[in-house]
Design a protein around this ligand. Structure first.
Ligand code: ADP
Ligand code: ZN
Ligand code: ZN
Length: 696
């Protein structure tokens, strides 16, 4: 007798094959079993799904048998399947896409025999080692930490740990895991961090505390083989602690009891491709689903989480835990100095008083860190005679001048070419860089500080860390290690350097040109800038002996701006209250819920045409009342309207109710599939729905 099974496979996002497919199997297989199935002439990885009645109806004659079963691998648990289902529904994708994207890529390419061999090598799941003897003795908790630990022991959460940088949040995470494993040695903890480059330090602390045998990591910088190993350890339970980036939220952890989301405000928790999920938001859902405690931590929480953590009496859903003080003698955050650029020499890159302050640091053997959010030498080359600019022929953007290799590079489509000797339009030999990037800042500083001597007589040592300098594998780690080792006096970098790193000898942090975010069309830009500057300030003065001379400098044409006023007092609650008030008045998140429908096409007209048709079909094609409480805005070009010759446009969908928005999107999406296939809409190459978008 054969059994008919529903199986999820990775189906193209826009095909009608959104649900599970039907296959025959000689044995009954429980849901969650990983299998290989034929599809057309290919053989694919699949997951046996829960309900046959959700699978596409097929003529019984055409149902094909499974090609194989991944023996020895426990079925993915029901809670994992529910998480996938929720993620797919909420973010308007197919469950097959979400499920298969959540599995390590090697599972797709290895044969069942190869996987069985891997499993044998990795050891039986039952042989999970007992928690190792702590390799490093825990610290005596501070009073803040003690209080927070007591609150964590009592409540259910979710919790928002609001703690200054250096207040000992990581120590709290370590203790929570410790307490959990003491209570339940088989339990698992998921600890998420925003970016790969933050993982090494945190990983070192977890390994030092718990031993390497029960701590595994998962992030996109790992090789496929490493990812498979970690994933298997998580799934089989031999990993007690999974440290990872956003992808880790979808790892199967059958005994998950604790989820930590460090730097919960970080935009990198939101996926920008495939299912555009927020790993932070999924973590909160997952905690409830699997009975795991959820702990979000940040010195500058997202306004969404901050709003959720208002008092319960006012409708708050998270419990806020405060750790206001930094630990030890480095208790004080650096003093903030705003330089009014209106009173500095015109076009100066670095104001003379700031240059002076950096020079003093160098002479004392201390480090300085300069932040500039633009890589390359200059954002654009310009001909003063005819007005030519270094446009990218394929994008609505300029190509950036990189002096190191004298190239013009588009940061959006990657087009690179040599810098022309003269203006391509009029032949003028005198084309000039306009604006400044990290390369130029580094060069300029090098010139300005050339005659300066370090305490022992050597020349100033400069370094630059940005996406260009860290392209090679391991380059970032190496450069950071140099800064740590004190081999760098002045560090220039993009926001990459502001996060997480514990540079002990930095006593000066400077934001060179932060004004852009103050008047950006992106309503979240001030929130991101404030978080970045707070985080950068937290880098300074970590070394107790040096903390008193630590300073944070801000070069701005708007020194009185409320954002900088709040920064001066390190007043996140004040900043957040103001922002939330503005958002409430404007009816923006977190007081409204948003989604975007984005379309890409050869021309702007056809991209917008598709979107306008989508708007129209919402009026005509949906049951009466489905649109209640939903606002659909007109189609507009995206801020970056053209990338690699693809025109991009979007419409914003807004509602005061998350439920109403969800219901509307679920009803609307099938109509969009229909639209896409219609003759007039052939020009549209791609469309996508982004729920809770971060970048509008
Ligand atoms: P955060 O994660 O909030 O930035 P950390 O946990 O990294 O803070 O702590 C900052 C510094 O203080 C670290 O060097 C850490 O080792 C130290 N620290 C944390 N907790 C304690 C404690 N209870 N006693 C002494 N030092 C501590
Ligand atoms: Zn010219
Ligand atoms: Zn381009």
């Amino acid at each position: 007798m054969t059994h008919c099974l529903p199986v999820l496979v990775q189906t193209p996002a826009y095909s009608a094959l959104a649900g599970p497919l039907r296959y025959h199997s000689a044995q009954p297989l429980p849901p969650g079993t990983l299998v290989r199935v034929p599809l057309g002439r290919r053989e694919l990885l699949g997951v046996v799904w829960d309900r046959l009645d959700e699978a596409a109806e097929v003529d019984p004659e055409h149902i094909r048998p499974l090609a194989g079963v991944l023996e020895g691998l426990a079925p993915l648990p029901a809670s994992w399947r529910q998480l996938v289902r929720f993620c797919a529904d909420y973010y308007q994708r197919s469950p097959g896409e979400v499920a298969l994207a959540a599995l390590p890529p090697s599972l797709r390419s290895l044969t069942p025999v190869q996987i069985a061999r891997r499993l044998r090598r990795q050891g039986a799941p039952a042989a999970a080692p007992p928690p190792a003897e702590p390799a490093s003795p825990p610290l005596e908790p501070t009073s803040d930490q003690r209080q927070v630990m007591a609150q964590l022991a009592e409540g259910d959460g979710p919790f928002l740990l609001f703690g200054a940088t250096g207040s000992g949040k990581t120590e709290v995470y370590l203790r929570c895991v410790e307490r959990l494993l003491a209570r339940d040695p088989q339990a698992q903890a998921l600890v998420m961090v925003p970016e790969i480059n933050l993982t090494p330090q945190l990983q070192a602390r977890f390994v030092a505390r718990f031993g390497a045998s029960i701590v595994v990591t998962l992030h996109s910088g790992m090789t496929p083989a490493q990812r498979l190993t970690s994933w298997l350890a998580a799934h089989q339970g031999s990993a007690r602690i999974l440290l990872g980036t956003r992808m880790a939220v979808l790892a199967p952890l059958a005994r998950l009891r604790l989820i930590v989301v460090d730097e919960e405000h970080d935009p990198s928790y939101k996926s920008q491709e495939g299912a555009r999920y927020s790993a932070r938001d999924l973590a909160v859902y997952r905690g409830r689903l699997e009975g795991a405690q959820v702990l979000l931590g940040s010195a500058t929480p997202s306004l969404e989480s901050w709003h959720h953590s208002r008092p319960a009496a006012e409708g708050g859903r998270y419990l806020r835990l405060d750790m206001p003080s930094r630990i030890g003698a480095a208790a004080a955050l650096p003093g903030v100095r705003r330089i009014d650029m209106n009173h500095q020499p015109r076009h100066c890159l670095i104001a003379p008083p700031l240059l002076q302050a950096i020079a003093e640091r160098v002479a004392r053997g201390e480090q300085s860190m300069l932040l500039l959010n633009r890589r390359g030498y200059a954002p654009v080359l310009h001909c003063g005679d005819c007005g030519w600019k270094s446009d990218c022929p394929h994008c609505s953007a300029y190509r950036v001048f990189h002096k190191v290799d004298r190239s013009l590079r588009c940061h959006h489509c990657g087009l690179a070419s040599a810098v022309p000797r003269s203006c391509p339009s009029c032949g003028n030999a005198d084309i000039a860089p306009v604006g400044r990037g990290t390369e130029r800042l580094e060069e300029h500083l090098g010139e300005q500080l050339a005659n300066l001597r370090r305490p022992e007589g050597g020349a100033v040592r400069m370094a630059r860390i940005d996406a260009d300098s860290t392209r090679a594998r391991g380059a970032l780690e190496q450069q950071l290690a140099q800064v740590h080792a004190g081999e760098v006096d002045v560090l220039v970098g993009t926001q990459m350097v502001a996060k997480g790193h514990d540079f002990r000898r930095i006593t000066l942090v400077a934001a060179i040109n932060p004004d852009g975010a103050l008047f950006s069309s992106d309503f979240r830009a001030p929130e991101r800038l404030f978080a970045l500057l707070m985080q950068a300030a937290g880098r300074a003065g970590r070394d107790a002996a040096l903390s008193r001379q630590a300073e944070m400098w801000v070069q701005t044409f708007h020194p009185q701006h409320p954002l900088f006023e709040a920064l001066r007092r390190y007043d996140y609650p004040g900043f957040a209250a103001r922002q939330l008030q503005e958002r409430a008045q404007a009816g923006m998140p977190p007081f409204a819920f948003q989604a975007l429908l984005r379309a890409e096409a050869g021309t702007q007209e056809s991209a917008q045409g598709f979107l306008e048709a989508a708007r129209a079909v919402a009026d005509t094609g949906l049951p009466h009342g489905q649109q209640a409480g939903i606002t659909l805005y007109p189609a507009v070009p995206m801020t970056l309207q053209r990338i690699a010759n693809v025109e991009r446009a979007q419409i914003l969908i807004e509602s005061a109710s998350r439920m109403a928005l969800q219901r509307f999107l679920a009803a609307w999406q099938p109509l969009l599939h229909g639209l896409h296939d219609r003759p007039g809409q052939r020009g549209v190459r791609r469309w996508v729905i982004d729920v809770d978008p971060l970048l509008i």
